[in-house]
Design a protein around this ligand. Structure first.
Ligand code: HEM
Length: 358
């Protein structure tokens, strides 16, 4: 017997080539500029350009991006196998009057009202738009992973019930139970909280809107996992607000929920594992966000249009302690591994600037 190909192996090889050619075949979009693996994704390119220019102020990682990311969560987490709610279905926009009256949704009406005209103009469903805007918005933040986007959420037919969105004054047990009910592990919960790296509070202390949760709210970095582990020393405002505890830096807000999750034996080591590991945080956030973005949907019936999401810029800093602080300011909570050794930024202690409204 020689080593030449038999007729049948040639046939198999030919079939494989045809199949892979079909897999990578791209369609030309009607705009004459883009191509896509699925023609349905073509409709997203004009929406992408429109929201980058007119919702995200020319591709910034600013207030509207932060709010759009928060909205992906508040729409999707309205999902419970026992209590109802359709998950990532746009119900928060379609039934805005009902859902924005829920206490945990305080403030999301602003971004819903900013997003609505784009939904109307582009004829996309509310659920698809909310998750698309979140994924595009995050791509403007240096250090972020490139999030997935799946298309195909039908419009919600009912609002989500109240009390499904966690509050910053909830206990760790109640937060973990709520997320478990929606299908998330504790590791996924902490991974999702990487979102608080590009975040600020307007309503926890309404006298100081735009107060960030870490010193770098324009970067998707690990600073939130470091800074929440530092000993809290003061409030950025007058204090005494429900869901707020002391933070280590002037101008920085710390949520009670972030504080307790960073210190609870069930989650402290997970929290710490992200503190100086950008790659781990990125990949854990990316997969947990995909799960969140299709909550309540049948992903197998949706179209993967992830290729439309831009690649985020690289991270601009390395994990560090804020100037003026040292490792003694870290409140070690993980019982099995020490917090990673970090050095402080040079110079005197500084305060954190508010995220400006646009
Ligand atoms: C334990 C769960 C969570 C709690 C208790 C919580 C609570 C909060 C609170 C109280 C605020 C401040 C709102 C304001 O005063 O303006 C906030 C902001 C924010 N949250 Fe969460 N959150 C949680 C999980 C998440 C998740 C899973 C995401 C996204 C995947 C997310 C994304 C954001 C973002 C981006 C902001 C900033 C919004 C802005 O800057 O305008 N949060 N969160």
């Amino acid at each position: 017997m020689g080593f030449g190909r038999s007729a049948s192996s040639v046939l198999v090889l030919g079939a494989l080539r045809l199949a892979s050619a079909a897999l990578i075949k791209r369609v030309a979009c009607p705009d004459g500029v883009h191509t896509a693996t699925n023609a349905a994704c073509c409709a997203l390119f004009p929406i992408l350009d429109d929201i980058q220019a007119n919702l995200f102020d020319g591709g910034e990682c600013g207030e509207e991006v932060h709010e759009s990311l928060r909205l992906t969560f508040h729409d999707a987490i309205g999902f419970s196998p026992t209590k109802g709610g359709g998950g990532a279905d746009g119900s928060i926009m379609i039934f805005e009057d009902i859902e924005t009256a829920f206490h945990a949704n305080l403030g999301v009406d602003e971004i819903i009202d900013a997003q609505k005209p784009f939904v109307v103009k582009h004829g996309i469903t509310a659920g698809d738009f909310i998750q698309f805007a979140g994924a595009v918005g995050v791509s403007n933040c240096p250090g972020a992973p490139r999030l997935n986007f799946f298309l195909g959420r039908p419009n919600a037919t009912a609002p989500s019930p109240d009390l499904l969105v966690p509050e910053p004054f909830d206990t760790v047990t109640s937060i973990l139970d709520r997320f478990a009910d929606a299908g998330f592990t504790p590791t996924e919960v902490i991974a999702l909280l990487a979102s608080h790296s590009v975040a600020a509070a307007d309503h926890v202390d309404p006298t100081i809107p735009g107060t960030p949760f870490d010193s770098t709210p324009g970067q998707f970095d690990t600073q939130v996992f470091i800074e929440v582990q530092l000993r809290g020393t003061s409030f950025p405002g007058a204090g005494g607000n429900q869901g707020e505890v002391e933070s280590p830096l002037a101008g920085e807000m710390r949520l009670q929920s972030d504080h307790t999750l960073a210190r609870d034996s069930r989650t402290a080591c997970i929290w710490q594992s992200f503190a100086n590991n950008q790659a781990r945080m990125q990949s854990a956030f990316k997969s947990a966000m995909l799960k969140l973005s299709v909550l309540g949907q049948d992903q197998s019936k949706m179209i993967d249009c992830s290729e439309v999401i831009p690649t985020p810029p690289p991270i601009g800093d390395t994990p560090h302690l804020p100037a003026g602080l040292n490792m003694n300011d870290i409140e070690q909570a993980c019982a099995t591994t020490p917090f990673p050794a970090l050095t402080a930024d040079p110079g005197p202690e500084t305060s954190v600037a508010a995220v400006p409204p646009s």
